[in-house]
Design a protein around this ligand. Structure first.
Ligand code: HEC
Length: 146
């Protein structure tokens, strides 16, 4: 009987230790990989860009350009960072088409928000281009428009 008691006491102790181990709080890791950036970027897109460029990124013919099948969107990051920061009213053809609406500047968005939203559009609707980082946004923000 003593043996049984001792044994059950022992297993309860072991069990307690195991539970304590499992419950140990994990150190908080700030995840900032492309997947989390895309998730955050989608939220920024829905709030700031969707009204013109539409949920499917298709834009509105002759008004707002589509963000897929666009040379610029998957091209030089500096150019599209600058368009988001400073807006665009150039009336120059985009992939052969003219768009009559104006794109307002979005300087009030943080470097992280702009990096996230551009990472999102560069990875959506068939686009497969690399992520944009907050440092790359800051680099363009720091340069005065000529
Ligand atoms: C008020 C409508 C409007 C909003 C809101 C808007 N855009 Fe635009 N966007 C435009 C228009 C219009 C153009 C083209 C302007 C021109 O042709 O001069 C444009 C151009 C662009 C381009 C260049 C496309 C290309 O192929 O060269 C990008 C990239 C872009 N917008 C991204 C965004 C992002 C990201 C947001 C949200 C942060 C946003 N836009 C919000 C209307 C808008």
């Amino acid at each position: 009987m003593k043996k049984v008691l001792l044994l059950s006491f022992f297993s309860v102790t072991v069990l307690f230790c195991v539970v304590a181990q499992v419950k140990k709080p994990q150190p908080k890791v700030v995840v900032n990989n492309a997947a989390t950036s895309i998730e955050r970027g989608k939220v920024v897109y829905q709030k700031e860009c969707l009204s013109c460029h539409q949920a499917d990124g298709g834009g509105v013919p002759h008004l707002n350009p589509p963000l897929y099948e666009s040379t610029d969107v998957v091209g030089d990051k500096k150019k599209i960072i600058s368009i988001v920061l400073r807006g665009m009213t150039d009336r120059v053809p985009i992939d052969g088409e003219y768009y009559s609406n104006n794109m307002a500047p979005h300087q009030e968005l943080s470097n992280l928000q702009i990096a996230d939203v551009l990472t999102f559009i560069r990875a959506s609707w068939g686009n497969k281009a690399s992520a944009v980082t907050p440092a790359e946004v800051q680099a363009v923000r720091g340069v005065k428009k000529k």
